[in-house]
Design a protein around this ligand. Structure first.
Ligand code: NI
Ligand code: MN
Length: 225
């Protein structure tokens, strides 16, 4: 699997057959000014919850690429009202897609749409593909529910929020990685806004001390898992 980071909590995972794009928020992110959202490829766009910093570019990219947006029922319905795009509404549970099996798992957070509409429950994604499995936490606090993920699915990597203030910080994310039984972690949801600025070296060391690797990619950088 090829992982590309687009800043904040936006990234793409390419398997041999599909490109999955997560939480597209590029045009509103000054740190991602060198990324052109209209250059991104996607077969599926997965949106973890309704907050603006997770879906700002979703409709435009879906429109151009023909990608299907996968999101909680309320978020998918709201996005579908913005333009004639393909959506697949889900809720917490398990669904099969062309790319593999998808679990929409608990996130301890909130979810309202940019106009204040109700966004249903926020979530994270556990994706099982023929090329490997991974977990994206979405925006969440640490929760024991993450143990269920590690018990059920062997993970190649996990993308975890580490910025604190709205979500887990790096110390919480180390415990999350332990619960999820995963040693290769990509940090997301940090540095974008002043309240979530972090010290990269301190964060890396916390993971190192637990025998894990924290990958903090530059925006636009790719890495194979
Ligand atoms: Ni959020
Ligand atoms: Mn967020």
């Amino acid at each position: 699997m090829n992982f590309t980071y687009y800043g904040h909590a936006c990234f793409a995972v390419e398997t041999a057959r599909h490109t999955l794009l997560f939480d597209p928020f590029i045009s509103g992110n000054p740190l991602a000014k060198d990324i052109d959202p209209q250059s991104l490829k996607a077969d599926f766009i997965l949106v973890s919850h309704g907050h603006q910093d997770h879906l700002a570019d979703a409709v435009a990219i879906a429109n151009r690429t023909g990608a299907t947006i996968i999101a909680a029922y309320e978020v998918a319905a709201w996005l579908a009202k913005q333009a004639a795009i393909k959506t697949h509404p889900i809720n917490h549970g398990t669904t099969r897609f062309d790319f593999g099996r998808l679990r929409f798992v608990n996130a301890i957070h909130s979810s309202s749409l940019p106009d204040g509409s109700y966004g249903g429950n926020p979530g994270g994604f556990v994706v099982e593909t023929p090329d490997g499995n991974f977990y994206y936490s979405g925006d969440t606090a640490l929760t024991k529910d993450m143990e269920l993920i590690g018990d059920a699915v062997p993970l190649t990597f996990a993308a975890l929020c580490i910025g604190g203030n709205y979500t887990m910080d790096a110390a919480d994310a180390v415990v999350a990685a332990e619960y999820a039984q995963c040693d290769e972690i990509v940090g997301v949801h940090y540095d974008t806004f002043p309240p979530i600025k972090i010290n990269h070296e301190v964060a890396r060391r916390k993971f190192q001390d637990a025998g894990k690797n924290l990958h903090l990619l530059n925006i636009g950088e790719s890495r194979k898992f």
